[in-house]
Design a protein around this ligand. Structure first.
Ligand code: 1CP
Length: 343
């Protein structure tokens, strides 16, 4: 295993930290917008292996990243379970919401789940032979809680009031939904590894809105089960958990889920992460994504500060959340040079 990214995830510190960036493919790249324009429907784009392979490879042609992340979306899982999912331009994802057991039973079915996702598996397969030898291929999914927020609310939310209320008021329905997501997400991730993914990241982007008890029940417990399921088939494949916004609960998440590495959002204090998390797992993060929009001396300084504090232990350089569309591509190039010690 000569890929530095995989070595870091397994707990080996590297002299120069490996780097990749969440949402490194996508709307900030003019070449992405060009191929994206050939397909009206975003899910159709995700299910077209030729287009998804191209979108995955685009950032690698510009930047010297250590890993590529499969081009897809977390919402292919509800789509493959039979829920109506649409991406409306300017509005984000729109789903026909599922708010109770009757709606779950009449809408969701696991029957065609894996065959529906076959184009994604074909993309992984093709990528595993097309990416450069030194680059690792990351497969991914959303975590059950984050995927459920879209399934229940029917769209991206600002407050998550509806789903948090339902989780308290109808725990039987909510547990059934989460269990279904745990089982099927596990199968989805296992098959990505079967087809060539070398590491997995599970995005719990909205974990930060949960109370302590809900975080344990809806973020830690489902993730622990997914890790157990995947490791029972692929014990050596590293898994990165990203419970964005978890605050002090990051520590329990790291200790209780069995993950190999943890993604830190930009609010996590670096010295705290070094002292409380990095002694257990590899840490990944956590540059503020808006600093990459701003660029300049402040970007260089913060990237160097992160490496100074976290670079001694197992560490992967990343941001605290994904690249936003307004990011100038040349700021990303500069960041990679700084992290590589070339600037
Ligand atoms: O028309 C378009 O081009 C749609 C824009 C877009 C893109 C490029 C969406 C819609 N998804 C993606 C790709 C994507 N999504 C990737 C692969 C690209 C890469 O990482 O390089 C990945 C890993 C995701 C994951 C994803 N989708 C997450 C988790 C990560 C995160 O950023 O928190 C989430 C929450 C989504 C949902 C989603 N997909 C797209 C939108 C607009 C949204 C909603 C975001 C929100 O509610 O704020």
């Amino acid at each position: 295993m000569s890929k530095t990214f995989l070595k870091a995830l397994k707990g080996e510190p590297q002299t120069t930290p490996p780097i990749w960036l969440m949402r490194q493919a996508g709307r900030y790249l003019p070449e992405y917008l060009k191929v994206r324009a050939t397909s009206k429907n975003f899910l159709h784009f995700c299910y077209s292996p030729g287009l998804a392979v191209e979108a995955t490879l685009q950032p690698l042609r510009r930047y010297d990243f250590d890993a590529a992340i499969l081009f897809s979306d977390i919402l292919v899982v509800p789509d493959a379970l039979g829920q109506k999912v649409e991406f409306v331009s300017g509005k984000g994802p729109q789903l026909e919401p599922i708010k109770n057991m009757a709606e779950l039973e009449s809408t969701l079915s696991t029957e065609n789940f894996m065959s529906h996702l076959d184009p994604v598996f074909q993309t992984v397969n093709r990528l595993s032979s097309e990416i450069p030898d030194s680059t690792a291929l990351i497969g991914f999914s959303g975590a059950p809680w984050t995927v459920a927020t879209y399934m229940v609310e029917g769209k991206g939310s600002k407050t998550y009031e509806e789903i948090r209320s339902i989780a308290y008021q109808d725990p039987e329905f909510f547990q059934t939904l989460i269990d279904m997501l745990v089982d099927n997400t596990s199968k989805y991730l296992i098959e990505q590894v079967n087809r060539g993914a070398e590491a997995l990241q599970v995005f719990d982007s909205w974990a930060g809105v949960l109370s302590e008890n809900q975080f344990i029940k809806w973020a830690i417990e489902p993730m622990a089960k997914i890790v157990e399921n995947v490791k029972s088939v692929h014990p050596d494949t590293p898994i990165i958990g990203f419970p964005r916004g978890a605050g002090q609960l990051y520590e329990r998440y790291v200790k209780e889920t069995g993950i190999d590495a943890v993604g830190l959002d930009h609010t996590v204090p670096l010295e705290w992460a070094r002292d409380h998390l990095q002694q257990h797992v590899c840490v990944q993060g956590n540059l503020d994504n808006l600093l990459v929009v701003a660029g300049g001396e402040a970007l260089d300084q913060e990237a160097r500060r992160i490496i100074d504090i976290l670079g001694e232990g197992p560490f992967v350089f990343n941001m605290g959340h994904g690249i936003v569309p307004q990011t100038p591509p040349e700021h990303v190039a500069r960041l990679v040079d700084v992290v590589r010690g070339k600037a």
